[in-house]
Design a protein around this ligand. Structure first.
Ligand code: FS2
Ligand code: SF4
Length: 540
């Protein structure tokens, strides 16, 4: 196996024996083969597109296949075998339907399950010998994986756009072609542009369906009833779980990236929605044990499931864990059936309280713009000198204390804008407020980084600036998996420069590709806390 798609990759070069994330070699190989077959499907889909015969179901299928290969989403080999077979069947079905033939292996390969591992070894990341081509192709694929996750969430709420699916097809096809470096860089940039469209679509889907997030105090203690803990990013699952648990005597709590569900008006109305339990994803081994009730993972991030809770660990959507009960997709026009989780919860003890109090969030774009006058006055009076965007991911490495230390070190006249699970590094610190504006404004999940970009663009207008980089905003981004890659590409597409990225730069950037990003966008690695804060305050 060779995988270097996430920030925790072994020695910051690549996982070769087993994943630091817990992914085993056979799973990694199946994921590589799935990506290869999805490229083949894209080659045929591209021709169907030219003939005006491509329907959205293929785009959604490609999105879901890519989504399944995101870090910490799915560890279940059986699921990947099923997805590979389904991809080949779709590819060949579409070929027959449009009368397409090709000599390319990617468009024709078929094999028995016993051949999968051998084929995977031929088509993995290292099959491309040129490190710059490999780097640019993988950067594009990882961006696509992130985009695919957001596209799937929007589709679950009935929001789809052909232009996003069309780009995914074009991008996958491009990785099978011999393109110049400039053409490959162009495709990566287009990926960022399309990401803005995909994130805007998900924002529209979420806010149209569940209302605009609003300032909310979220309880982090526990109630007296048994509970179900829901994690991941899928809000449709959240809605259906809340509906189905109403009146059953079972409470609902969020974990990690589901915390922002607490901010939506449509979810706040449920009295049995108690609050959030615990911290970011990598604390789950202890927190899932002490929660006592069933856990529903709607997406990543899953860590290897422990004995203490494996009999109450459930997955749904593109998430998976071998041996865990997987809740089936909703039938057309229907809903998922969470009844077995609810019945299980009734047999469980209530959660053990691990902390008490409240955290404040709900500062997505509509809420922040509702406070715009206050914000603008604070900037004009000098009470608020700088915004620091610190969104992204959390992770296990001790070096991520950097982000806690930066939050503590930033002067009192700064406001942190955050989104994603990175916030758990500082959202329970008491950093105070500036004239009633909290110093940590949490917009929501990692996909709600769209809100942070939207706020920046609105502020640019309010202050009459020509360039987004002239705003008093700095970017100090924590990354871990591929959704952070697509958020980064979206920010670059919006013209944001001087981003700090940490705790390490991606291993999949070859020295030459990293050089291009540094020269074009002044991307830099996070460094010493005090020096970085001083540079941020100086606008560098
Ligand atoms: Fe966090 Fe994991 Fe959101 Fe990532 S829970 S690192 O999936 O997408 O952020
Ligand atoms: Fe390693 Fe990350 Fe790949 Fe897991 S996802 S195998 S930790 S690089």
């Amino acid at each position: 196996m060779f995988c270097f798609q996430c920030q925790e990759t072994a020695k910051n070069t690549g996982c070769t024996i087993a994943g630091v994330c817990g992914k085993k070699e056979d799973t990694a190989n199946l994921q590589d083969l799935l990506v290869f077959t999805l490229k083949g499907l894209a080659v045929v889909a591209d021709e169907a597109k030219k003939q005006g015969k491509l329907d959205k179901s293929i785009g959604l299928f490609i999105s879901q296949g890519l989504f399944a290969t995101i870090t910490n989403a799915n560890f279940d080999n059986a699921r990947f075998v099923e997805l590979i077979k389904a991809t080949i069947a779709k590819r060949d079905g579409l070929k027959a339907a449009i009368g397409f033939s090709s000599d390319a292996d990617v468009a024709n390969w078929n094999g028995a399950e016993a051949d999968f591992a051998a084929k995977a070894a031929e088509v993995g990341v290292l099959s491309q010998p040129n490190e710059d081509v490999r780097s640019l192709r993988e950067l594009l694929i990882y961006g696509l994986k992130g985009m695919a996750a957001y596209t799937d969430h929007a589709a679950m709420l009935g929001f789809e756009k052909s232009e996003i699916y069309d780009f995914m097809v074009d991008a996958l096809v491009s990785t099978t072609q011999d393109l110049s470096v400039d053409e490959m860089v162009g495709m990566v940039m287009k990926c960022g542009e399309t990401a803005v469209t995909a994130m805007a679509l998900l924002d529209e889907a979420n806010t149209t369906t569940y209302g605009n997030p609003e300032i909310t105090k979220v309880n982090i203690g526990v109630g007296k009833n048994p509970g179900i803990l829901i994690s991941g990013h899928d809000l449709k699952d959240m809605e259906e779980l809340l509906k189905q648990t109403e009146g059953t005597g079972v409470d609902v709590y969020t974990h990690c990236e589901m915390l922002p569900a607490n901010y939506y008006p449509e979810f706040k109305k449920y009295e049995h929605f108690v609050g959030n339990y615990g911290d970011s994803w990598w604390h789950q081994d202890k927190e899932f044990a002490s929660f006592n009730g069933p856990i529903l993972m709607t997406t990543n991030c899953i860590t290897p499931v422990k004995e203490a809770y494996k009999d109450r660990f459930y997955t749904t959507g593109m998430a998976g864990w071998p041996g865990a009960i997987h809740i089936a997709d909703r039938p057309e026009g229907g809903h998922k059936d969470f009844s077995q989780i609810i019945e299980k919860a009734k047999t469980c003890e209530p959660p053990v309280e691990i902390e008490t109090g409240e955290i404040v969030g709900g500062f997505a774009h509509a809420q922040v713009m509702a406070l715009a006058d206050k914000v603008v006055d604070a900037v004009k009076s000098g009470a608020l000198k700088r915004f620091v965007v610190m969104g992204g991911c959390d992770g296990r490495q001790a070096s991520r204390n950097y982000f806690t230390d930066v939050a503590k070190e930033l002067p009192d006249d700064t406001v942190i804008l955050t989104a994603g699970c990175a916030k758990f590094r500082y959202n329970k610190l008491d950093l105070g407020d500036i004239g009633g504006i909290p110093r940590v404004l949490d917009a929501g999940q990692c996909n709600d980084s769209y809100s942070l970009a939207y706020i920046a663009l609105q502020l640019k207008e309010v202050f009459g600036l020509d360039d987004i980089n002239d705003l008093p905003i700095s970017y100090d981004i924590a990354w871990y998996e591929q959704k952070a890659v697509i958020v980064l590409l979206a920010l670059l597409a919006l013209g944001v420069k001087h981003i700090r990225l940490g705790p390490t730069l991606p291993a999949f950037l070859s020295p030459n590709v990293a050089k291009v990003l540094v020269e074009k966008f002044d991307i830099k690695a996070t460094g010493d806390v005090k020096e970085d804060v001083a540079a941020i305050m100086a606008g560098n």
